[in-house]
Every structure is written in C-alpha cells, then in structure tokens.
Design a binder for this molecule. Sequence first.
Ligand SMILES: [Zn+2]
Length: 251
Amino acid sequence: MSSSSDISIKEEMVSVCHRIAQKNMISATDGNVSVRTENGTFYTTRSSVHKGDVTVDDIVEVDRYGNLLNGVGRPSTELKMHLFIYEQRPDVNAVVHAHPTFATAFAASGQSLDKPVFPEVLVLLGKIPLAPYATPSTEEVPESIRPFVQKHNAILLANHGAVTYGATLQAAYFAMEKLEHAAQITLYTRLLGGERELTNDQIKKLRNISEQSYGKKVHFDVSDDQKSVTHFTESDVYEILKRVLQRLNEK
Ligand SMILES: [Zn+2]
C-alpha cells in the first residue's frame, strides 16, 4: 500500500510532466521523469503516454536494474539513462528528460551551451555540455553522457534532446526550464549579432559571491576539474541572484 509521501511524490511527478507538456518541451509521448524513493527504488513515468495526460496511475516503480516492481505498463524507454545517473550520482534524487525545442535545436546542430553568458545560468547549471549522438533507449545513451554526469546537472543529447537532474524533483525540473530558456535567448541573441560573453573577472566575481554565500564551490566550466556539484533550492537561487544584483549595483 502506498504511503501519503509516496502519493505526494507521484503527484509532484504528474505536475512536472504536465508542465513539461504545457511548455512545449515534448511532443506526443516524448520525455520521461523519475524520482529515487527512500527505499532505494525508483518511480518513473511509464512509456507510451503523453506527458500532458499523465496521472498517478502512469507512474510505475522499478528496482535499480529496471525490473518492474509495481504499477501497470512498461517503464520509460530511457530508464537506462535515468538509472545510470542515479548510480553515478548518489546525491541525485530526480531526473527529467525532454526534447525542448530550442535546447534540442542546439543539440541537433552540434552546439553546446558552454559560453558564459547568463549569470543565473552559470550559477545554477554551470556550462552545459553536448553529449555525442546515441541511439535513444539503448545502452549507448548512458555511455554518451558518462564523461559529463559527475560534473554537470544539465546535458544536451546530440540529435535528441536534453537531460537534467538534481537533489529534488523541483531542482531537476527547474534545470530543464532554465536550460530551455537559455537556449531560446541564445538563439535570439545570435539573430541580433551574437552573445557577449562574461569576462573572466565577471565570472570570478560571480564565483566568489556564490562561494562566499554558500561556502561551496560552484561548477562553472566544462573543463573544470572540480569533483562536486552544488545543488540549489528555489529560495537559494533567489537569494544568490539577489546578492549578485546587490553586488553588481554597488559597483
Ligand atoms: Zn528522448
């Protein structure tokens, strides 16, 4: 029998699926969402359902090998990628995969989003790498993201879409929303002549403010050799942005 916390997790997953659909981050039955449970099992959306129509009955439970434990239907087709991320990142408790229009356009044109342009994107996501093409739903997908999983919480998947993850489902979803927004603005910026990158000094200032505020290192660079990634809640992000703007206004 499901506990009330299990039901609220499933309801939160349903809400995220609906938001992904409303924001045109998928078409038809694309995309999938999963959450690690306190028991070490995983809730995931079942395959072949439109995320705009998902209900709690479309959430199934699987073990770490992907075996179905509870629920009706087959687990998400990209479950291998989700389970790989959970295995590699014990700090991650939720994964969101979607095909957002602008992010996927970058992924399909072979372009990452690794230029330092937007302070809030750098603080929240760092630079966003592009994983090489892998056949969807196969073992190729986890292999393609292997070089990036430890150091990033948002990855573009070449000719496919994007995956984001975090300590909470909200963090994983916000990362996807932020990624897509950054991709959209970057495209428009290029129509207007190209983005102006932040300078090393500006990046250093951002890093210092983030680290002073939280005492943790923030991963800003694809080639950064930093081992850990900081996770932020919604209120953390607002607080960081407030402090960044205050500091910038002081100059
Ligand atoms: Zn996909």
